[in-house]
Design a protein. Structure first.
Length: 470
């Protein structure tokens, strides 16, 4: 299967209210030989305020943000969707992508009425090169040179890790350069630790992960928090009743006996304790899982009595009532999912799937001229789709919208940026200006100061536009 390495550069870190400005991807075969590459940029969305620090890191200037020769965000996302589907089926790999780029990509697809789960459906899989780098420090120590910060802690940031391992990363934070660095680092680990790479590559496919868990009584689950790895021997006890992609797995440590004996509130208290005795393994998020047969250095990881761990797993395997009791308690701790009635449309991405009729309307929406799209937008059953479709029409051909719809969007934008919330989820021109002032006082670099000066004009322009909507 082909591998697709990709990266995004964005206006900030919020997947709901920031946007992708640059997308780059390189398609390779399983031996990392390049087959194709793709890169695209777009201009700034009318309602998005770029964060000055994000622009400083990526080097995106005010001129680039407003360059009318660049495609709109919608046009860019349509091109990305077309290219990724052309390259599918594939394994999609980014760097810190499961926590960042995937969320940005999904939100961008959602807001443009495109397939939200493109990277992990229809035969596609996804994994994260950052996890491979981190896992190498546990399962193949010495494979990489890991830089340390001033406190002596490991640093896995790509712009520091890649140069420390021989990659010339002069254009760090350019999407295409970051993709090239990711391929270089992945290839380096794959060459030195092929078994580790094989495990991580296989974990990109939900089917393989699900089959592994279904047929394995005890396995090692490795998770990283703040770049520190935690490995636990676990045994699976069942799926989450509301999410088949989540498997509950009990840790086989010295707290096991207390856990299986506990009931009621005592059990819930145990489940809520730290570290959590029951882990959630997401089969569609490339978990770092290792069979006991592949675990050569288990004693170095602190596991000296595997026979005892197997006994605990065997006990739980035949005690369905205990497993169900634990699962029920886990669900009780989570509480019921409540729809936030005041959530913005961007935040409602995971409220549910669309009807078949709306899926057909989505396909129809992307085909005709904008005047026809305004008509289609009114026919959506799902109010999220209706609002997002009309917003797209407003951004591209506002004169085709009814006056009431135009006025509603103007008021929505004006209300959002005139909010009296202390810390709204989105960046306001006022907050951006405050951050900008703090950055200016901390730098004397003329290139940076010129970039920041251009951003200030963007904020002035946004503020003027937003005021006109009131």
């Amino acid at each position: 299967m082909a591998l697709v390495f990709y990266d995004t550069e964005t206006t900030g870190t919020d997947p709901f209210f920031d946007q992708i400005l640059q997308f780059a991807a390189i398609k390779t075969d399983e031996q990392f030989n390049e087959l194709d590459r793709f890169e695209i940029r777009c201009r700034l969305l009318p309602h998005v305020v770029p964060h000055p620090m994000a622009m400083l890191v990526t080097g995106v200037t005010a001129e680039m943000l407003t360059d009318t020769s660049l495609p709109t965000h919608y046009e860019m996302m349509c091109a990305i969707k077309q290219k990724l589907e052309e390259w599918s089926p594939a394994i999609f790999i980014g760097y810190n992508s499961l926590r960042f780029d995937e969320a940005m990509l999904r939100s961008a697809f959602y807001q443009n009425l495109l397939p939200i789960y493109l990277t992990n459906t229809n035969g596609n899989g996804r994994t994260d090169a950052l996890q491979l780098m981190q896992a190498s420090t546990i399962f193949s120590p010495g494979t990489l040179t890991i830089p340390l910060n001033e406190k002596g802690r490991p640093v896995f940031k790509l712009d520091q890790l890649a140069p420390a391992n021989g990659f010339s990363h002069e254009n760090a934070h350019d999407a295409l350069a970051d993709v090239e660095a990711t391929i270089y680092m992945t290839k380096k680990v794959a060459k030195t630790a092929p078994d580790l790479w094989k495990r991580l590559r296989n974990s990109a496919e939900k089917r393989i992960v699900s089959e592994f868990i279904e047929n394995t009584d005890v396995f090692l689950l490795t998770e990283f928090f703040y770049n520190k790895g935690y490995s636990r021997l676990v045994t699976p006890i069942g799926q989450h009743p509301a999410n088949s992609n989540t498997i509950f797995a009990v840790t086989l440590d010295d707290n096991f006996e207390a856990l299986v004996a506990a009931q009621g509130s005592a059990l819930e208290d145990l489940l809520a304790s730290t570290p959590r005795p029951v882990r959630r393994v997401k089969t569609n998020a490339s978990p770092i899982i290792t069979s006991l047969e592949a675990l050569e250095n288990y004693k170095e990881l602190g596991f000296s009595n595997l026979s005892k761990d197997r006994e605990r797993a065997s006990f739980l395997k035949v005690n369905q009532l205990i497993k169900q009791r634990i699962i029920n308690a886990m669900i009780a701790i989570e509480g019921e999912y409540e729809v936030d009635e005041e959530a913005e449309v961007e935040e409602r991405i995971y409220e549910g799937f669309y009807s078949s009729a709306d899926e057909r309307r989505i396909l129809a929406f992307h085909r005709p001229e904008w005047i026809k799209r305004a008509e289609i937008a009114d026919t959506f059953e799902d109010d999220r789709l209706k609002e997002l479709a009309k917003r797209l029409v407003y951004f591209h051909a506002s004169d085709t919208l009814a006056k009431a719809d135009m006025d509603a969007f103007k008021k929505c934008i004006a209300d959002r940026y005139a909010t009296e919330e202390i810390e709204p989820s989105w960046l306001t021109p006022e907050a951006a200006r405050k951050s900008l002032a703090e950055i200016i006082t901390s730098t004397s670099d003329m290139k940076q100061l010129n970039l920041l000066e251009g951003l200030e004009k963007i904020y002035d322009q946004k503020e003027t536009e937003f005021r006109q909507f009131t």
